[in-house]
Ligand binder design. Sequence first.
Ligand code: G3H
Ligand code: 13P
Ligand code: ZN
Length: 309
Amino acid sequence: MPLVTTKDMFEKSMKEHFAIGAFNVNNMEIIQGIVDAAAKENSPVILQASSSAIKYARIEYLIKMVEAALQEYDIPVALHLDHGADFETCKMCIDNGFSSVMIDGSKYDFEENVEITKKVVDYAHNKGVVVEAELGKLAGIEDEVKVGAEDAMYTDPDQAKEFVDRTGCDSLAIAIGTSHGAYKFKGEAKLRFDILQKVKEKLPQTPIVLHGASTVIPELVEMCNKYGGNIPGAKGVPDEMLHQASLSGVSKINVDTDLRLAMTAAIRKIFTEDPSVFDPRKYMLPARELITETVQHKIRDVFGSSNKT
Ligand code: G3H
Ligand code: 13P
Ligand code: ZN
């Protein structure tokens, strides 16, 4: 199946109340781990690359590896730019064949965000590419966009409606209490489902995106720590909340941190248990397998996108 945009998968997700996982990719094993899982679950999937991932892996390699995955499996796969910081980055990805881009104008004021988003939408739509935009600020560190916790700002539902009307963006990332990375909550995990509900009332036809949505899976954190890691006090969004989000109008759930934890945990285990190992395949294979297991769990048990191709 050729690369698809997110249009059809999002329409189905809104009609049938499930979410699609958008997983960050940086190398071959991560891509394979994710698509193996999506194929086993017969699920649509979004592979997303940040600017730093593109810099690391190089855009041609990323695209060719995704093309290889498309040859191997007959499931809907979208290739998405995560947190595009400016028009030029979005244009580069569109021109190189990405099917979806995010323009992250959340660091700007409302009018500037509208302006830059609209510029990307006009260019992208002309080429058949869809656009995700962001309104509201997440706490923590975004890709090349640092936002202090004190600046964290939930999305205003009325502004969200005006923003989508004026920009024509295809999906909207909102801030309801998630944040990027492994340290999302100091105390209890809390998401503002009331804001999500108000946004959906104003924008029933707009797919909503949740960034910073890793669970920070406790078993993976424990495994990292058990085998020499040092990630104390890590905490994410519990599976039950993500499941609730996927039933409540969230169409795309972004996951990076959990994949990083899975890969690191598997590699740490091998290195600790057998210090004589130095063949990369001996530790990259279990790393890829643990990514597959992690992604399958999310698709099947949390997001509900199994058999939704
Ligand atoms: O939201 C940010 C993603 O986790 C990507 O992170 O810029 O380190 O690739 P990165
Ligand atoms: P996590 O850090 O929670 O995995 O969020 C990833 C993300 O939002 C990528 O855009
Ligand atoms: Zn993000």
